[in-house]
Ligand binder design. Sequence first.
Ligand SMILES: Cc1cc2nc3c(=O)[nH]c(=O)nc-3n(C[C@H](O)[C@H](O)[C@H](O)COP(=O)(O)OP(=O)(O)OC[C@H]3O[C@@H](n4cnc5c(N)ncnc54)[C@H](O)[C@@H]3O)c2cc1C
Ligand SMILES: NC(=O)c1ccc[n+]([C@@H]2O[C@H](COP(=O)([O-])OP(=O)(O)OC[C@H]3O[C@@H](n4cnc5c(N)ncnc54)[C@H](O)[C@@H]3O)[C@@H](O)[C@H]2O)c1
Length: 462
Amino acid sequence: MADESYDVIVIGTSQGGRFLPPDLAKAGKKVALVERDHLGGVCVNTGCTPTKTMVASARVAYQARRGAEYGVRTGPVSVDLAAVRERKRGMVAGARENYASRLAQDGVDLIEGEAHFTGPKTVEIALRDGGTRGISAPVIVIDTGNRPKPLAISGAQNVPVLDSTSIMELGALPEHLIILGGGYIGLEFGQMFRRFGSEVTIVQTGPRLMMIEDDDVSDEVAAILRDDGITVLTSATTDRVEEAGGGRVRLTVRTPDGERQVEGSHLLSAIGRVPNTEGLTLAAAGIRLRDNGFIEVDEYLETSVPGVYAMGDVKGGPAFTHLSYDDYRILHANLLGREKASTRDRIVPYTVFIDPQLGRVGLTERQAREQNRAVRVAKLPMSAVIRALETGETRGFMKAVIDAHTQQILGAAVLGAEGGEIMTIIQVAMLGKLPYTAMANAIFTHPLLAEGLGSLFMTLDA
Ligand SMILES: Cc1cc2nc3c(=O)[nH]c(=O)nc-3n(C[C@H](O)[C@H](O)[C@H](O)COP(=O)(O)OP(=O)(O)OC[C@H]3O[C@@H](n4cnc5c(N)ncnc54)[C@H](O)[C@@H]3O)c2cc1C
Ligand SMILES: NC(=O)c1ccc[n+]([C@@H]2O[C@H](COP(=O)([O-])OP(=O)(O)OC[C@H]3O[C@@H](n4cnc5c(N)ncnc54)[C@H](O)[C@@H]3O)[C@@H](O)[C@H]2O)c1
C-alpha cells in the first residue's frame, strides 16, 4: 500500500530528471523526485563536469610544454594532481549547490533514497535516513542512468581496478596507467594522464579505437595518441590480470603479434556501461527490458507499461547528457499536452574531448554506404586551414558525407582544434537542410577555423 499519492514520480535527478519535475510542479502537478545519491546525476558529479575540468588542466600542461614552439620560454612543467583534483572538486561542488538551491524553490517533493517498483504504479523507497516510504502515481518517469560495466577478466577481483569515478580521486600521479577500453572514457582519460606525466597504455579488444567511427577517423585518432607518446594496442584481448609485486599489476594480453605482458602501476577499466535497472524490480511493474538489459521504450519514451516512461542512458542507445536533455524536451511536451514530440529523426551530435576534439554528427561514411545511399565525401586536412597553421594546431582533418542526389549533408566528423564547435556549424546546416553548396559558397571570416568549412565543401567541386 502506498503512503501517499502523487501525479508524477521521477526516479533520478540527471539532466532530464532535474528539469522535468519543476516544470510539472509549476503546471500544478504534485511531483515526487527520488534520488539515492548526489543531486544532478552522473554528468555533474562523476561525468562531464569533472572530466572536462580535468581535461582543461591537461591541456594547460600540454601547451606549457609546447611553449618553445611559439617562442615562449618556460621552465620544466610538472603537474600537482592533488591541486587538479581540488579544482575539479570545487567545480562539482558548485554545480551541486546550484542545483540543490534551485530545487528547494521549485515546489517538488524531493525524497532521498533508493526507489524500486512494488507494482505498475507504486514505488517503495528505502530512505537514506532509514525506514521506507511507499508512494504511487499514474505517471512514473525512470531516469536512473548507467554505471561502469564490471570487469570480468580472470584475476581482476584480486587487484585494484579504477573506474571513471575513482581515477578522478587519485592524489598522486600513476607512474604507468594501463587502460582497458578504447572508447570515449579510455581515450579522454588516456590523453589526460599522459599530459599530466604518466606513461599510458591503452588496450582495446576491437581492431580500432572508437569502433563506431569510420576507419580513417579511428586511425587518425590512434596516430594522434601515439604521437602524444601513448602506447595503443588494438585487437588485444586480456586473458589474465595479476599482482606483479609492490602494488603493480600485470596483464597477459593476446595480440595479432602473439601474447605479451603489460605491467603498470594502475589499471583503469573503461569497457562500457550497464544500466541501473537491477535494483528497480521492474518485473513487479511488468516493465520489459531489451536483450541487452536496457529498458524498452517506444518513440515517445513510453515503456511497455502505459504511463511509465524511461529517459536518458537507462533506455540504451547513445549515452549523452544532451540526449537525456532532449528526452526531457519530449516528455515535457507530451506530459503537459502541448504537442506530440518523439525521438524520430533526431540528429545526434557528440564530441570526444580528446585534443584535438572529435566532433561528430549524423551518419558516418560507413553507415551511409550501408544504407545504399549514393554518397560523396569531402575531406580536408587541418593543415590546410590557415587558422590551424597560425595557432600550431594542425593535427586531424574535417570530413563530410553528402547525399549525391539532394546535395544535403548526411553527417560529418571534425577531428581538429575546436572540432566540437566546428561540427556544430555543420549540424546547424543539416538542421536547416542546406545543400553543401551553400557552405561552399558562404563567406566565412578570415582567419577562423570555420573558414576551413568553405574549403572543405569546395573540395567536392575541385
Ligand atoms: C566519465 C564520463 C564522462 C562523460 N562525459 C560526457 C560528456 O562530455 N558529454 C556528454 O554528453 N556525456 C558525457 N557522459 C555521459 C553522461 O554523463 C550521461 O549520458 C548522462 O549523465 C545521462 O544522464 P541520465 O539522464 O541517464 O542519468 P544519470 O546522469 O545517469 O543519473 C541517474 C541518477 O539516478 C539515480 N538513481 C539510479 N537508480 C536509482 C534508484 N533506484 N533510486 C533513486 N535514484 C536512483 C543515480 O544516483 C543518478 O543520480 C559522460 C559519462 C561519464 C561516465
Ligand atoms: N565526450 C563524451 O560525450 C563522453 C565522454 C565519456 C563517456 N561518454 C559516454 O559514456 C559511455 C561509456 O563510455 P566507455 O568508454 O566506457 O564505453 P564505450 O562503449 O564507448 O567503449 C568501450 C570500449 O571498450 C572496449 N572493450 C570492451 N571490453 C573490453 C576489454 N575487456 N578489454 C579492452 N577493451 C574492451 C570496446 O571495444 C569499446 O571500444 C559512452 O557510451 C558515452 O556515451 C561520453
